[in-house]
Ligand binder design. Structure first.
Ligand SMILES: [Zn+2]
Length: 199
């Protein structure tokens, strides 16, 4: 990070969100296509770039979203770029591909917890019997990879409306295909991945 003078609002924002200058890549004068890769190389999720219409300079490295105007972009950026596990769940009829973040628990514990919540309160998509049948670890780009998989399998996706927590919701990630089909697609997208079976 070159010498960069922060104003009071910027300092306060960093403090509030537990961020330091190390979290930012100095992207002043760079276009998105350049700073995206440069920031990634430096391990920075965020960049300091040109001012948004409300006078902020802090942006996500991926989409160039102002994180002061859109604090949600921070959670999204982290999830999109971070490491974790991608899992394939099935209830015998439908499949689902999802991700869990890397956290202080083991992937098996985190996945077991996710399996429980998929089956809680009527079940994800209004169906129960979800089992996580296979999963693999990724060291980066968790959200990006998840999106790639969902895009590649979009011909199988079916929207199910279901009732959960007092609300009607749409489950968009339900797939009508076999887990073999899902795993074959994943293997073809990322080269053969190291699958773990069951949890
Ligand atoms: Zn802004």
């Amino acid at each position: 990070m070159k010498n960069i003078l922060l104003n009071e609002e910027e300092k306060r924002f960093m403090d509030e969100h537990g961020l330091g200058l190390d979290d930012f890549y100095d992207a002043r004068g760079e276009r998105k296509a350049e700073y995206h890769l440069n920031a990634k190389e430096k391990g920075c999720y965020y960049v300091i770039n040109n001012y948004c219409q409300n006078g902020h300079r802090f942006k996500t490295r991926g989409g160039g979203h102002c994180i002061v105007c859109n604090p949600w972009a921070m959670a999204f950026q982290k999830r999109y770029s971070k490491d974790g596990a991608i899992y394939v769940a099935s209830n015998g009829q439908y499949c689902k591909v999802g991700v869990v973040d890397n956290n202080s628990f083991s992937p098996e514990e985190t996945l077991a917890h996710r399996e429980n919540s998929l089956n809680g309160e009527g079940g994800y998509g209004g169906v129960t019997g979800w089992e996580i049948v296979a999963w693999f670890l990724v060291d980066s780009d968790l959200g990006r990879r998840e999106k790639k998989i969902h895009d590649a399998l979009s011909q199988y996706s079916t929207q199910r409306e279901y009732y959960h927590d007092g609300d009607y919701r749409f489950a968009k990630e339900i797939l009508e295909c076999s887990t073999d089909e899902v795993m074959k697609t994943v293997d073809s997208l990322f080269g053969n991945v190291s699958w773990n079976y069951g949890i």
